[in-house]
Design a protein around this ligand. Structure first.
Ligand SMILES: [Zn+2]
Length: 405
């Protein structure tokens, strides 16, 4: 998989002319694991533009200024990686362990959104429902994290916080719509998913930042009938990558991998990567979001993920780190002996399914991953939820210190 450096991304960003887009740019590139910048404006801002986009590029490093959200912070303070508060992590006291109840063997909800609009259906969430979902998550101590941090087992959020990953399939126009202003600039629709997210992130800087977009070349935020959006596709891809969002391979033509030959599957996956890299050569493409939830039927039968782990297309090597399924429960964390990166479960975001799990999280919080706030330790309660008993793979603790309480 081709990956390039941060400096390359900055160069690409700087040369793409995002100045015409009036968007919130709240800091936090996809390498930024710090507390999200607090200097962003609202999604409906009508001033700025180019400077904000430039500030986003500069915001990829978690600097002291980012965290403080003000330029008055001494610029000589060194940037600290993986420390959201820029404070050296310390072990939790016995009282804090009881207060925060960290459980870093717990499960991580990966919520799955499709369309936004009205009326609500299984694959349609209204904008107000989405806002209320975010508010519920925020009110219940969830913090939005990147899929990449989950895969790395490097979730870095404060003690007592619970990670959640947001995913968005099929690049519907309601997920990301830009509207032209009289002055030629583009405004972000405050009722599209990105508009709602940007507004919420700006108002709640301790909520994290992120979202995984399984985008499609032939309906890149213009489906079902928004041809006026066609010319904005490249701008949108760049905005996502520059603002802490991630992209996921959903196949070139949105086809069920179970119905294709091996060569066709390789084409569908690799041509998608090539397409994204033609827009952004530096894009890190970690995941496959299985179209229709279907795995290839390979030599090993249904469910074969061999090609995801590595394949060759036109002489080049490709691989992906994980596959996202369609349903139907929170995801097992990488440190568990039951973890399979090519079978990461999601929760479909419609009333029946979502509220069922929200109720479980409220009534049975022991199933959830809860951070200890310290990247140097893995903290697990002795009284584990029944789902989690005997699931720790101690070899994955690595150089971190295992804390039981
Ligand atoms: Zn799809």
């Amino acid at each position: 998989m081709r990956r390039s450096t941060l400096s390359r991304r900055r160069f690409v960003l700087g040369s793409l002319g995002l100045a015409g887009v009036v968007l919130a740019a709240c800091g936090g590139g996809d390498d930024d694991t710090s507390t999200p910048g607090t200097s962003g404006t609202t999604a409906t801002a009508t001033t700025g533009g180019g400077n904000q986009a430039g500030a986003t590029a500069a915001g990829n490093q978690p600097t002291a200024t980012d965290t403080a959200g003000a330029s008055s912070t001494a610029p000589t303070q060194p940037a600290l990686e993986n420390t959201p508060t820029n404070v050296q992590p310390v072990d939790l006291s016995p009282e804090q362990l009881q207060q925060f109840r960290p459980n870093e063997l717990g499960q991580v909800p990966v919520l799955e959104y499709h369309q936004f609009g009205s009326p609500p259906e299984q694959f349609v969430r209204t904008p107000d429902q989405f806002r209320s979902d975010l508010q519920w998550l925020y009110d219940h101590n969830f913090v939005v994290v990147k899929l990449r941090d989950f895969l790395d087992d490097a979730i870095d959020i404060p003690a007592g916080k619970r990670p959640v990953i947001l995913t968005f399939d099929d690049s519907h126009v309601e997920q990301f719509r830009l509207t032209p202003l009289a002055n030629g600039q583009l405004a972000l629709d405050p009722n599209c998913a990105i508009g709602i997210l940007e507004t919420f992130f700006a108002a709640h800087p301790d909520f994290g930042r992120g979202g995984v977009f399984a985008i499609l070349p032939h309906q890149l935020f213009n489906w079902p009938n928004a041809q006026d959006q066609n010319e904005h596709g490249t701008i949108k891809v760049n905005f996502l990558l520059d603002n802490g969002y991630e992209l996921s391979n959903h196949s070139y033509d949105h086809v069920s991998l179970a119905e294709l030959s091996t060569d066709e599957i390789i084409y569908q996956l690799c041509a998608w990567n090539d397409w994204v890299h033609s827009i952004r050569p530096d894009a890190q493409l970690d995941s496959i979001t299985l179209p229709y939830g279907m795995y290839p039927i390979g030599e090993n039968g249904p469910g074969d993920d061999t090609l995801f782990r590595g394949c060759v297309y036109e002489g080049r090597e490709y691989s992906w780190r994980c596959a996202l399924q369609i349903g139907a429960n929170p995801a097992t964390p990488p440190i568990a002996n039951t973890y399979d990166p090519y079978a990461v479960a999601r929760i479909q975001a419609f009333d029946e399914e979502l509220y069922k799990w929200f109720d479980v999280f409220e009534s049975d919080p022991g199933i959830l991953y809860v951070s200890d706030g310290n990247p140097n330790t893995v903290t697990i309660p002795n009284d584990l939820h029944p789902w989690l008993v005997d699931t720790l793979d101690e070899s994955k603790v690595g150089s971190r210190r295992l804390v039981r309480y």
